[in-house]
Each structure stands twice: as structure tokens, then as C-alpha cells.
Design a protein around this ligand. Structure first.
Ligand code: ZN
Length: 125
């Protein structure tokens, strides 16, 4: 798994042209699209926004991609900025972790009305 992930980062960076032999040929394309969306957006995008725009079925795929992108863009002097998830009930703000995901429950009020985290990519200052 580690190897696969590593290969994939390389493909993103090198803009792999040998797609016929690349078993991960789907991934670089989708991840790239997501990365471009996050770079060009003016306001933070949620996983739901990205799912809708790119017709992706599972939110978890997007979160996985964002986590991956956040690592691969470090070499390009870019960074992933996160608008943290919050509770729609009591305004509790979740801590931003190294892995992109949407919490399922508020630790403070136990509510399940969670406002999804938003993401965008900017050049590192
Ligand atoms: Zn709450």
C-alpha cells in the first residue's frame, strides 16, 4: 500500500505520460482535477462540492484524495488550507488533523449536524 501511494505521488509530479502501463491511471487524473479545483476556487470547497462537480459517488474517496494531495503539493510550495468542520448545533469547531475527513458527531453536544470542512490550495507564503 505504501508503495502504491508513493508511485501515485510520483505520477502526479511527473505528469505520467505512460498511462497504458500505469495501474493507477485513474487516480492521477481524478486527483489532479481535484487539486486544480482547490487551487482555482475562491472559497473553500467541501467534499460534497467536489463529489457533485466531478460526479464522484463516495465522499470518502475525496477525503482520501485531499489527504494525498496535501502531501504531494508540499514540493510545489503550495499548501492546503482548511476551514475546519463545525457543529451546526452548538458551533463547536473541530481541530484540523493531518488526514482530511468529516467528523460524524460533535463531542460537546453529541449532535450529528456537522458542517463539513472546506478546502483550498494556495501558494505557501
Ligand atoms: Zn455540538
Amino acid at each position: 500500500m505504501t508503495l502504491r501511494l508513493k508511485q501515485c505521488v510520483q505520477f502526479i509530479e511527473q505528469d505520467c505520460t505512460d498511462l497504458g502501463t500505469c495501474e493507477l491511471r485513474i487516480l492521477p487524473t481524478r486527483r489532479k482535477r481535484i487539486a486544480v479545483m482547490l487551487e482555482e476556487t475562491e472559497y473553500p470547497l467541501t467534499a460534497e462540492d467536489i463529489c457533485r462537480a466531478l460526479d464522484i459517488k463516495e465522499r470518502s474517496i475525496v477525503y482520501e484524495d485531499i489527504t494525498h494531495i496535501s502531501k504531494s503539493i508540499k514540493n510545489e510550495s503550495k499548501e492546503l488550507l482548511v476551514q475546519p468542520a463545525s457543529c451546526g448545533n452548538c458551533d463547536f469547531v473541530f481541530k484540523v488533523k493531518g488526514t482530511a475527513k468529516r467528523p460524524s458527531k460533535c463531542p460537546k453536544c453529541r449532535g450529528q449536524w456537522i458542517i463539513s470542512p472546506g478546502y483550498l490550495i494556495r501558494l505557501r507564503k
